[in-house]
Design a protein. Structure first.
Length: 1123
């Protein structure tokens, strides 16, 4: 074989580029006289650029004494001819995708160290320094670039380069903060009239201000065509309907109408004045002044009167538009009630003045509601406009943006709207028919072409007068309010479903319904009165190419000819008809609305201005202003979803919204188009496409005698069971089942005393270890801080993994298998997520049922099935003992095939009972969710119960029991304390039962009537309290049948005592002060509870801090006793 060639320089690994800080150190280390002759600051000499064809000049010795050398600042020739090449090189480095600073100074430093002379271009050096200090990428301050820059400035003081870099540094530091500030501490909420959005320019965008004008009008007016001719020749629909090319539903344009009426309300007294604000503040709901707002506020708990809206114009819009406005009114009340219940940071409860508490809840709820409105625009509405429905990416104008030069892009400066535009041509056939019916009643005996703008304008006050003066009593679209003032949920839902199914019209010339002729004529007249620009003038203002002919504007020869007949030259084409009749853009990615080219640009510009100019949607959009829960609610889509409109529907129409329904998730396309979109993305199977059916009617029985009657007659009302979408098999919702239930008894038998004892010992050891690693000793005090739920969750997850033989990363998995095994945190999160879906799958937790991806559940079922196979298969099962012996040689790899000892015993017992592999896998999957899900919730509720001041007297006895050697009696007493807490604070707050037949039930003074399939809820906490509120740990076991843990007694009887024994062994256990000592939660009217962690909803609490005496940290004695 030929000898290997020596490695060449080209193939060797290049040295790592030095950091900018190192480069600056190199500059500082250069000789002070090196650049004096050329006037360049100390650090270099004048010569030609490296790479020049000329040979480098040798440094010359000066004959003059040092004091006669010319100072640097007197030099005028600072740059040599070759510095232009250096400029080009530096510019390329500055705009390259790599580490430009390191690259530039790597070259500089290597040149200096090599003893070669260079030309140091001052401008390039300053540019590089500026780019490093305030470039678009975040500065890693741990590299001490700022400090090295300051040191360089000090060592080169008085030189031009020092001065220039110093100026750049000062500019960077000054522009770290906005000037002036974007907000003030005393302006946390939106004003009724929109004023003060910019606290330093409070009138910008407020209501009752004149419209703005952006583009300058220069083109002479001459003679303008009659508005009626313009409509008839360019805008009016001629009996034909062209469906929208992207199959957008009419609901999108109903939503657009809510947007438009939020920011436009032209005064009839002075058409130049906008009566509403220029912000997305939901003024159709809240009004535009304090008087209007006062009419719909209850002045209690931040609530609005049911289904009350302020803007009478909503009553004159299509039913779908009115329905959407009502949903945002409902969402406000949902948000306000959640804020009160969660009481984040105990802010709500801190108010002693009820009026101030009401103002806080109202103001915060409005902020969250408006943020939700804005996010629906950005993540549901705009994606349809851009033909990006279902994409994760969306256009977000709100973030703090750094430009290429590092400066900040302006935001939160306010917004002021200019002339509005209309999309009348998008009206669906159904909406057009609704218009015809309404206008025929308003103008009997007249054709659309006969109604003048003056007549139309005069009709408006008459329509408003019919509504009355009290918004909370308005009868909208002949809908009836109930005794509480609410409209029927089914009516609103069916209205929205129909709008989802109705395809909108194409945006085009000659597409506006004839009955809107007078409206478009009024628009043309207003535009002329305001002196708005021509179409070409607006295009020039937007830096778009000017149109050179009518044919370029719209290639349709008939439309172009009509426009030429009206205006003569394309430069004369008016703005409103010019935008509405312009050639539509094609349907493609990036273009879904398919409007005219000019209006398409305006839509996106308006969206950016509306969001980016509003401080409540930018700089003040924070967890402080909205609360953590409110911020998450407004900003975070449901899992496996991309938009926020689903939250609006599910929390305002809970009985008519399904998490996996396309009507809920993507209602701005017709369902058939949504199916095509999802099919292209490979997610079509995740959704249902039929019109959602109403959920079963739910009623709550509260009277003790009614509850007793139901429990004594289980044939009329049976426990609810349902297959949860995405889960393998049927995991029953059975809190009322007996332990002798045939489906559950095999598990009870398999979980023998030997396995239970081993699991208990394992869990207790894990808990003690987790307490030791999780505690934090307080300085100067004999106390430690501990998040007890950060102990209970992991401990339960580990014991469940051992019982089922599940691999957990970091426990039994070697480094090479990391990607194939979940961590403890991932397994815990997956279990409580699934457990939460089971609890919410019965329609009892509005807004918390989320679209479920089955991937994790199927993967877990597969792993469990593999474990069963490894135990059941004769050849493999005979090798398991040998594999266990060989584990010392194979390391953790053995566990990939060999389940833990407890898992082998449990699985073997299940199979020995005659259970099939699939049934065993299902039972084990349910056991996993019971231990991790129900177990974690039970542990949290027990701890929280005894940490309450009224129950803390029992902590002394619990501590005594926890540190004592247990016999059967003491263990039974300790377990009794836990079950008593769960009796009074049950894991499942309500028990759902299904009526098997039509039935009636006397609930106190009320008579409840049920049809077959209706749901009856029993509040379990009330059931427990009916048996007495005193803690009696020796109460009979039968008393705990309804504590919400299900028929399987594994958790309360075995798991919980082993888990909580080390925690109650902590001496001086008490709740930590402040909000960390409690877990936030909310309860629906029907009693279903939701917990929150970091503002996000969770099936179980995940954090609860306690304090205890440090010298009482538990440890295990040699005999396994906690001491």
């Amino acid at each position: 074989m030929p000898a290997a060639a020596p490695p060449s320089a080209a193939s060797s690994t290049p040295p790592q580029a030095p950091s900018f800080a190192d480069a600056l150190k190199s500059i500082r280390a250069m000789p002070a006289t090196a650049m004096a002759s050329s006037g360049v600051p100390p650090g270099g000499t004048q010569t030609k650029m490296r790479g020049s064809t000329s040979q480098p000049q040798q440094p010359q010795q000066s004959s003059a004494p040092p004091q006669q050398q010319r100072p640097a600042q007197q030099q005028s020739n600072l740059f040599s001819t070759n510095s232009r090449a250096y400029d080009a090189q530096a510019s390329a480095l500055l705009h390259s995708g790599g580490d430009m600073v390191s690259a530039a100074f790597s070259s500089l430093r290597s040149t200096v160290r090599g003893g070669r002379d260079i030309v140091l271009d001052l401008k390039a050096l300053v540019d590089i320094a500026a780019q490093a200090l305030k470039g678009p990428e975040p500065l890693d301050d741990r590299k001490l670039l700022l400090e090295e820059t300051v040191a360089l400035l000090a060592s080169t003081a008085g030189t031009k380069v020092s001065t220039l870099i110093e100026h750049q540094l000062i500019d960077t530091l000054y522009h770290d903060l906005p000037h002036p500030a974007s907000t003030l501490m005393r302006a946390p909420f939106r004003a009724a009239d929109g004023s003060g959005n910019n606290p330093f320019l409070p009138d910008v965008g407020k209501a009752r201000m004149p419209y703005a004008r952006s583009a300058q009008r220069i083109e002479s007016y001459d003679v303008l065509p009659d508005p009626a001719l313009v409509f008839d020749m360019l805008l009016g629909r001629r009996g034909d309907f062209v469906p929208h090319p992207t199959e957008i539903s009419s609901l999108l344009f109903a939503f657009a109408t809510v947007i438009i009426h939020s920011i436009f309300d032209t005064s009839h007294d002075d058409p130049q004045v906008n009566n509403t604000s220029s912000y997305l503040d939901l003024s159709p709901v809240y009004g535009n002044n304090e008087a209007q707002l006062a009419q719909i506020r209850t002045k209690k708990d931040g609530l609005l009167f049911p289904d009350a809206i302020c803007d009478g114009r909503m009553a004159l819009m299509t039913p779908a538009t009115t329905s959407l406005a009502i949903l945002f009114s409902r969402q406000h009340n949902y948000i306000a009630s959640q804020l009160k219940q969660i009481d984040e940071g105990q802010i709500v409860s801190s108010f002693t003045d009820e009026a101030k508490r009401d103002d806080y809840l109202f103001g915060t709820a409005r902020l969250v509601n408006c943020a939700s409105f804005a996010q629906i625009i950005l993540r549901d509405y705009i994606p349809v406009i851009l033909n990006l429905t279902g994409d994760q990416w969306y256009l977000d104008p709100a973030p703090d943006i750094r430009k290429v030069d590092g400066s900040r892009s302006d935001r939160a400066g306010g917004n002021h709207v200019a002339a509005d535009y209309r999309w009348h041509s998008a009206a669906s056939q159904e909406d057009e028919a609704w218009l015809e019916e309404g206008f025929a009643e308003l103008f009997p005996g007249k054709q659309a072409s006969e109604v003048t703008p003056a007549e139309f304008k005069a009709s408006y006050p008459r329509l408003l007068e019919k509504l009355g003066k009290d918004p909370k009593q308005w009868q909208l679209h002949s809908w009836e309010r109930d005794i509480d003032g609410k409209f029927d949920d089914g009516t609103l839902a069916e209205t929205l479903f129909s709008a989802t199914e109705n395809v909108a019209g194409a945006i085009r010339a000659r597409g506006s319904p004839q009955w809107l002729r007078a409206v478009d004529m009024m628009g043309i007249d207003s535009a002329r009165a305001w002196g708005v620009s021509t179409l070409n003038e607006l295009r020039s203002f937007l830096n778009l190419k000017r149109l050179e002919s009518f044919e370029e504007w719209n290639p349709d020869p008939d439309i172009a000819a009509a426009a030429r007949a009206l205006y003569g030259h394309v430069d004369k084409l008016e703005l409103l008809p010019g935008m509405l009749a312009e050639q539509a853009k094609p349907s493609m990615r990036g273009s879904g609305l398919c409007p005219g080219h000019t209006i398409g640009r305006c839509i996106l510009s308006d969206a950016a201005s509306l969001i980016r100019g509003d401080r409540f949607l930018t700089t003040d959009l924070s967890s402080k202003a909205l609360t953590s829960w409110g911020y998450d609610y407004a900003m975070t889509p449901l899992k496996n979803s991309t938009g926020l409109v689903a939250k609006l529907f599910m929390n305002t129409l809970p009985q008519h919204s399904q998490a996996n329904s396309i009507y809920t998730q993507y209602p701005f396309h017709v369902p058939s188009k949504s199916f095509k979109i999802m099919a292209d993305k490979g997610t079509a199977q995740q959704y249902s496409y039929g019109r959602p059916e109403p959920a079963p009617r739910v009623q709550v029985a509260k009277d003790p005698s009614a509850i007793a009657s139901v429990l004594s007659d289980p044939q009329r009302f049976k426990p609810m069971t349902r297959t949860v979408p995405g889960l393998h098999g049927d995991i029953p919702h059975l809190v009322m089942a007996e332990a002798s239930d045939a489906r559950l008894s095999p598990m009870a038998a398999a979980f023998s005393e030997a396995v239970a004892s081993e699991a208990s010992s394992y869990l207790e050891t894990r808990t003690v270890n987790l307490i030791g690693t999780g505690r934090h000793t307080l300085y100067g005090r004999n106390e430690s801080l501990l998040d007890v739920l950060a102990v209970t969750g992991p401990a339960l997850t580990y014991v469940a993994a051992e019982l089922l033989g599940l691999p957990v990363r970091g426990s039994h998995i070697p480094a090479g298998m990391v990607n194939r095994a979940p961590s403890e945190t991932e397994l815990f999160s997956g279990c409580i997520d699934t457990y939460g879906r089971i609890q919410a799958s019965h329609g009892l937790s509005p807004g918390q049922v989320e679209l479920f991806s089955a991937a994790k559940s199927v993967a877990m079922h597969t792993v469990i099935s593999a474990r069963i196979f490894s135990v059941a298969t004769p050849g493999i099962s005979q090798l398991l003992p040998l594999m266990e012996i060989g584990a010392g040689l194979l390391g953790a790899d053995a566990h990939l095939f060999n389940p833990a000892h407890m898992a082998r015993k449990l699985i073997g017992a299940l199979l020995a009972s005659g259970m099939s592999h699939d049934a065993a896998a299902h039972q084990l999957h349910a056991l996993l969710l019971t231990i991790v899900g129900a177990g974690s919730l039970a542990a949290a509720l027990v701890l929280d119960f005894y940490l309450e001041e009224e129950n803390s007297r029992h902590l002394t006895r619990l501590h005594e029991l926890a540190v004592s050697p247990w016999d059967a009696g003491l263990k039974r007493e300790f377990t009794g304390y836990l079950l008593e807490a769960l009796r009074l604070s049950p894991v499942q707050a309500t028990m759902p039962l299904v009526a098997t037949e039509a039935a009636g039930l006397n609930d106190g003074n009320l008579r409840l009537r049920f049809d077959r399939g209706d749901v009856l809820l029993l509040p379990l906490s009330q059931v427990g309290q009916d048996e007495g509120i005193d803690v009696q740990p020796r109460r009979a076991i039968d008393s705990y049948r309804l504590c919400g843990l299900g028929a399987n007694a594994l958790v309360p009887m075995t798991i919980l005592p082993a888990l909580l024994k080390p925690i109650f062994a902590l001496k001086g256990l008490r709740r930590a002060p402040g909000s960390t000592g409690r877990f936030p939660s909310s309860t629906t009217e029907q009693g279903a509870r939701t917990y929150f962690h970091g503002g996000k909803p969770s099936a179980v609490p995940q954090s609860l801090h306690v304090l205890y005496a440090t010298d009482a940290t538990p440890r295990l004695h040699g005999n396994g006793r906690v001491v």
